[in-house]
Design a protein around this ligand. Structure first.
Ligand code: FAD
Ligand code: NAG
Ligand code: NAG
Ligand code: NAG
Ligand code: NAG
Ligand code: NAG
Ligand code: NAG
Length: 594
């Protein structure tokens, strides 16, 4: 063999062990066993796990763009978390005007990129309480969804890593509850004075404010340190952890970018193992068929939109937008739940991130250092390091209508601590001073919203109505949370630290004042769930059964945040990763894969 032909042979050999990235549907000519719709959080997990079996072939179809382009530092730089919102990486949805928020409509970000929302999210990795998973087992009638049964998938998902500066994390987490997966998580490289005061409060008042060694342990209450999806100084996403490694090493997985699934196609009655794809409203349409099944992982907005466009959803609603109806499933797009965030800001007597964030030259230098060697202040999740998950008082009248939490060990609300001025909508960050913010989140809202089609075109945004603060429980719990935050920082650990609240939050005394503050300033935490929720096979309500197959349909499953029975009393990405890990095994079982 000549050197040239050897080189040629080696390059072919190399090609044959990697998947192909297509950028237009016309490039796709092979046939596939599985089609995964959406290269997001859940979709990348499914695609990776299914392609472990070399006897089958997987095509992933993603509407959005690559995560390796020139602006990818917006994704991978931990300090820049949040800045992907409103960029080329965002779908740029907007909610309907929200009566509960004084008529405001909110921007509603969703990842439009490999990795989906994990490429633009706030990176917090917090699994929620074990009771969340046990509730999913209960409502689906499948004990396989319980916390105990899911342990192997929890360990498969994630791995704790030290921060870039090797700061010791001893006493800040429990190594036993972390796994060996490829998604990297870690604690902050930099601890601030306010973080230490949070922990000091737990040691001075352990009964009222218990320390939780690891909020990822399934113990859903108390105060502790927050893991973020950061490892080796960079953001870890479902794309970096699951999709790129599979594409780089396997020839049986391909990815089609810039291509939107416009609907599922019925191949034989009620069987939907085929998808229609287009790059724009007026562009040619293509059809791809999976010889085995289609997995819908388009997220809590995209999935119900695709189902409805396919004729699967509330019959009356489909008729109203002119979509031919095939399966009447009234809960598609219903039960939308989202969590809101608002902050209280305080000027403090101590070092925070504020002076750094207000100093463009310092931020520029930090970004330059990060680009050089993934070190420095930009290489860590430094903004929010400590959190408390709390419940309403046992005798709270708010609970007289029933308790929406997953169980007695699950939070009704959280208060988290940020080492900077975190502005609410319409507020301007002060140019000077050291600031701390306390964020308030109602974890178990009882308000229920909806996602609806506004047209029969896949290229028109659906209407998104989270119906924020439309129940007395939600507003009452937010008021309680603000009062709890006020009380927390009056303990002795905070003496001499808090100088004053920011002007907007200065007069939060009466319930009416607090409620006005909540309605004026609350914004989305970007946690929509439950728009295609799981239920028992025998139940009329719900959209998917315990095996995640769409009710009344064949060969199409939903795997993403839309199947969750309710909002998560933690942060949703961890739960989505975990259910996706198990879902991949359910698909493998169906088709006898390894
Ligand atoms: C700004 C922001 C901050 C957040 N912060 C946190 C946080 O700190 N911690 C946390 O746990 N959670 C956070 N979340 C929520 C969390 O990221 C999501 O709950 C989770 O990632 C959802 O996963 P998914 O698989 O359901 O959907 P996604 O990850 O959104 O994936 C859906 C994918 O499908 C693609 N898609 C959609 N429609 C189509 C179509 N028709 N055809 C082809 N492809 C399609 C999308 O482009 C996307 O890639 C945040 C979310 C956002 C947006
Ligand atoms: C980056 O993405 C483009 C598609 O947008 C693809 O052609 C290229 O192969 C990718 N490169 C790597 C290293 O992943
Ligand atoms: C979202 O808005 C930004 C800023 O206008 C734009 O660059 C981007 O292309 C938009 N995203 C989509 C999917 O159109
Ligand atoms: C952290 O530890 C790793 C592994 O021991 C080492 O390679 C690295 O240089 C250390 N980094 C710092 C900043 O000390
Ligand atoms: C700030 O704290 C120091 C002690 O650390 C104290 O001397 C000083 O008076 C405090 N300043 C304010 C404004 O409270
Ligand atoms: C990383 O680069 C910065 C300069 O940009 C340098 O000061 C620092 O020592 C480097 N760190 C390591 C661990 O190489
Ligand atoms: C708070 O109350 C004080 C005293 O009544 C008043 O001077 C101030 O303007 C109020 N601030 C806000 C933001 O309402």
């Amino acid at each position: 063999m000549s050197l040239l032909s050897l080189l040629f042979f080696l390059s072919i050999a190399h090609l044959s062990t990697a998947g192909t990235i297509f950028t237009a549907p016309a490039q796709v000519t092979e046939s596939y066993d599985f089609i995964v719709v959406g290269a997001g959080t859940a979709g990348c997990v499914i695609a990776n796990r299914l392609s472990e079996d070399s006897s089958i072939k997987v095509l992933v179809i993603e509407a959005g763009i690559s995560d390796n382009g020139t602006e990818s530092s917006l994704i991978s730089t931990p300090l820049l978390a949040g800045t992907g919102i409103g960029t080329i990486y965002d779908w740029n949805y907007t909610t309907t005007a929200q009566p509960g928020l004084n008529g405001r409509a909110l921007g509603y970000p969703r990842g439009f990129v490999m990795g989906g929302s994990t490429s633009i999210n706030g990176m917090i990795y917090s699994r929620g309480s074990s009771e969340e998973y046990d509730r999913m087992a209960r409502v689906s009638g499948d004990s396989g969804w319980s916390w105990d049964s899911l342990q192997k998938y929890i360990y498969k998902n994630e791995r704790h890593t030290p921060p870039w500066n090797n700061r010791s994390n001893v006493g800040e987490f429990d190594p036993h509850v972390h796994g060996y997966g490829s998604l990297l998580t870690g604690l902050t490289p930099t601890v601030f004075e306010h973080d230490l005061r949070v922990i000091q409060t737990t040691s001075e008042h352990p009964d009222m404010y218990p320390f939780n060694l690891d909020v990822n342990s399934g113990d859903g209450l108390g105060f502790g340190w927050l893991h973020a999806t950061v490892g080796h100084g960079a953001r870890s996403t479902s794309s970096s952890a699951y999709l790129h490694p599979a594409l780089n090493s396997r020839s049986n997985i391909d990815l089609l970018l810039h291509s939107q699934v416009t609907k599922l196609v019925e191949t034989t009655p009620k069987t939907f193992n085929s998808v229609q794809v287009a790059q724009a409203l007026t562009a040619p349409k293509y059809e791809f068929t999976a010889s085995k099944e289609v997995i819908l992982s388009a997220g809590a907005i995209g999935t119900p939109q695709i189902l409805m466009l396919s004729g699967i959803g509330p019959a009356n609603h489909l008729a109203s937008v002119g979509v031919p109806f095939i399966i009447d499933l009234p809960d598609v797009g219903n039960n939308l739940q989202d969590q809101v965030i608002l902050t209280l800001q305080y000027e403090v007597n101590g070092t925070t991130l504020s002076p750094f964030l207000n100093d463009d030259a310092a931020v520029g230098a930090a970004l330059a250092q990060w680009a050089e060697n993934r070190t420095g202040i930009a290489a860590g999740n430094t903004v929010v390091n400590t959190i408390g998950y709390l419940r309403l008082p046992f005798k709270s009248p708010l609970l007289s209508m029933g308790d929406p939490a997953a169980g007695p060990n699950s939070a009704h609300y959280q208060i988290a601590f940020l080492g900077t001025f975190y502005p609410n909508q319409g507020q301007t960050v002060p140019a000077t001073g050291n600031w701390m913010s306390i964020s308030i989140v109602v974890q178990s809202p009882t308000s229920r919203g909806e996602v609806k089609l506004t047209s029969s075109s896949a290229f028109t945004h659906p209407s998104i109505d989270p119906a924020y603060f439309t129940t007395a429980f939600d507003i009452g719990t937010a008021i309680e949370a603000i009062r709890a935050a006020h009380k927390f920082i009056t303990t002795s650990a905070w003496d001499g630290f808090i100088i004053r609240p920011y002007a907007d939050a200065a007069n939060l005394t009466t319930d009416a004042q607090v409620e006005a503050y909540i309605r004026k300033f609350s914004s989305t935490l970007n946690h929509p769930t439950s728009t295609a929720k799981i239920s028992k096979d025998t139940e009329e309500g719900g959209v998917v059964g315990p095996d995640l197959i769409v009710k009344g349909a064949n060969r199409v499953r939903v795997v993403d945040a839309s199947i969750l029975p309710a909002a998560v009393a933690g942060f949703p990405q961890a739960e989505v990763y975990i259910i996706a890990e198990r879902a991949a095994d359910l698909v493998k079982e169906t088709w006898g894969l390894t």
